[in-house]
Design a protein around this ligand. Structure first.
Ligand code: ATP
Ligand code: MG
Length: 184
């Protein structure tokens, strides 16, 4: 088991949380934590790594929770071009450089790195750098990482890991399209 600096379990409060697996609910569970934290007057920063994943429903709700929740979504000034991995690495680096000081700074009590697991899985971000940053975060900060295929090392480092398991999905079994309030 990796030990983080200052990881006395009685004193440490900030958790590293991972939502992974094939089932639905990884991002929505993270937004649920954000809402819970905001209600406790904790400041939350959400970085949405995948373009198009940040939907109108949560965007509008979270706007009502300002200033407690701030969101930066890729697509707001960042673009992915899957034909150009070099460009994608630069995009990922730009996004990461936005959030890294927020993880380390202590101004926010919760940071949500939505879909970062995909970005790490694609190799667009240096995983070692991400894990090192998580190791060095202030003990008061919770960090939530979502997305399928969470890496072994991230799972090992994390304090709380939940794997969503798909038993049924309306699109998969019945071809039911995205429903308002459920998917967006
Ligand atoms: P959500 O944002 O609803 O919590 P998620 O974060 O767990 O979903 P992602 O991997 O980000 O899931 O994928 C987002 C989209 O893929 C959602 O529209 C979700 O309903 C859909 N999805 C998730 N699991 C499945 C599945 N097993 N089969 C088909 N579609 C799925
Ligand atoms: Mg998601």
């Amino acid at each position: 088991m990796k030990k983080r600096p200052g990881s006395d379990p009685k004193k440490r409060k900030g958790l590293i949380i991972v939502h992974t697996g094939e089932g639905k609910g990884k991002s929505t569970a993270a937004y649920g934590l954000a809402i819970r934290a905001a209600g406790n007057k904790m400041k939350v920063f959400i970085l949405q790594f995948m373009k198009g994943q940040w939907k109108t429903g949560e965007r509008k709700s979270v706007a009502n929770l300002s200033p407690w929740i701030e969101v930066v979504a890729l697509g707001d000034g960042f673009t992915w071009d899957t034909n150009n991995p070099e460009q994608d690495r630069l995009t990922a680096a730009k996004a990461w450089n936005t959030v890294k000081p927020k993880i380390l700074g202590g101004e926010y009590q919760m940071i949500i790195l939505d879909e970062i697991n995909y970005i790490l899985d694609y190799g667009f971000l240096d995983e070692k750098e991400v894990l090192e940053t998580l190791c060095n975060k202030p003990s008061s900060v919770h960090v939530v990482c979502t997305g399928r295929n969470a890496s072994k090392d991230l799972i090992e480092l994390a304090d709380l890991v939940t794997e969503m398991k798909c038993l049924k999905h309306p699109f998969k079994e019945q071809g039911i399209p995205a429903q308002k309030g459920i998917e967006f």
